[in-house]
Design a protein around this ligand. Structure first.
Ligand SMILES: [Zn+2]
Length: 347
């Protein structure tokens, strides 16, 4: 009887607090207002399958020999990125014409030579000290057993996506629509050997981490996995609710407002055995309490194999997914307040 009484008292408390929780989530959702929707749609149109293909073919070309960290192909990719940003008149936060954050050999495993992250940025017009990062690694596995690992999806897709997103923001700037906050386009190296490029950035940040509002990390978004062969208009999102409940619902609202992609959260479960939340560059930002979203198409038969080639990329899908990330970045950079960190526990 006593046990029953205690149990029902708990049940009452439980339902009461869950009602409050539901109300709070609803209030949070109601407070999210999409800004500049016409501008977002307009500039997102500049992200095209044709442009993405041009960049991706270059990044995953045989002559780059799989872009192993510290080797010639990775250096060629870095130069390609630098030349692109210079042509687009998108500056570097380091100094004029220096787009490379050099990572000394001593920071890397013994077998790797020194390497570089490639950084480009657009300065915010109202709150330039606050920075949104859009990141993707551009290194890959190199040549193994005489075969080139082209890494077209991993991560030619993320690399070309950032290039197009940066161009879309730059077009907006040129027409008088600068983002309120600054945006750093961060192409990191050495992901495949332990997320070391992003670790180097977070231990040697160019902008203070306390002013870094979020990291949107892109690693493999140009393919379709087995689970979605019959429904390819999808994308896995991982981590969006871990540090900021607001980020999660903002990301959801951007998607329903503009693109209606089937966002799949199965790999976001805390107990997911793949541990993708820990497995790409965003994790180094999350470890520093910076909210992140990891965009990912899932593994496929060519994952980390020489057969991850550009002919298997779906460029229409890559464009649509890139537009979603652009639209999410636009909101984060232009919100009237900095996205709130609540460690996923809404108070
Ligand atoms: Zn990758």
């Amino acid at each position: 009887m006593k046990i029953f009484f205690i149990a029902s008292a708990f049940a009452l408390v439980g339902s009461c607090s869950s009602t409050r929780y539901t109300t709070k989530i609803q209030n949070l959702k109601d407070d999210i207002h999409i800004v500049d929707s016409a501008l977002v749609t307009k500039y997102a149109e500049s992200i095209t399958p044709k442009d993405l293909k041009e960049h991706l073919l270059m990044i995953s070309d045989d002559k780059l020999l799989g872009r192993a960290t510290g080797e010639i192909g990775q250096k060629i990719a870095a130069e390609y990125l630098k030349n692109y940003y210079q042509e687009q008149n998108i500056g570097s936060p380091l100094s004029d014409n220096n787009y490379f954050q050099s990572i000394p050999k001593s920071f890397l495993p013994k077998s790797n030579e020194s390497s570089e992250n490639v950084l480009a940025y657009i300065k915010g017009s109202e709150i330039p000290s606050e920075v949104l990062i859009i990141s993707a690694h551009y290194d890959h596995l190199g040549v193994k057993d005489g075969e080139i690992n082209n890494g077209a999806d991993d991560n030619g897709s993320g690399t070309s996506s950032i290039m197009e997103i940066a161009q879309a923001f730059k077009m907006a700037v040129n027409q008088g629509h600068s983002p309120k906050r600054s945006i750093l386009f961060l192409h990191v190296t050495a992901e495949e050997i332990g997320k070391l490029g992003s670790e180097y950035y977070t231990t040697h940040p160019v902008f203070p981490l306390k002013n870094t509002i979020a990291d949107l990390n892109i690693d493999m978004i140009g393919r379709v996995d087995k689970a979605h062969e019959n429904n390819k208009d999808y994308l896995y999102l991982i981590g969006s609710d871990r540090l900021s409940t607001e980020l999660h619902y903002l990301s959801e609202k951007v998607n329903t407002t503009f693109y209606n992609i089937n966002l799949d959260y199965r790999y976001n479960a805390e107990n997911d055995s793949n541990h993708y939340y820990n497995r790409s560059d965003h994790y180094n930002f999350a470890e520093n309490n910076i909210p992140i979203i990891f965009y990912f198409n899932g593994e496929h038969a060519d994952y980390h194999k020489p057969t991850d080639t550009s002919d298997k990329i779906d460029f229409e899908l890559l464009a649509k997914r890139s537009k979603l990330i652009f639209a999410t970045a636009w909101q984060l950079a232009n919100l009237d307040h900095r996205i709130k960190v609540d460690n996923g526990i809404i108070n």
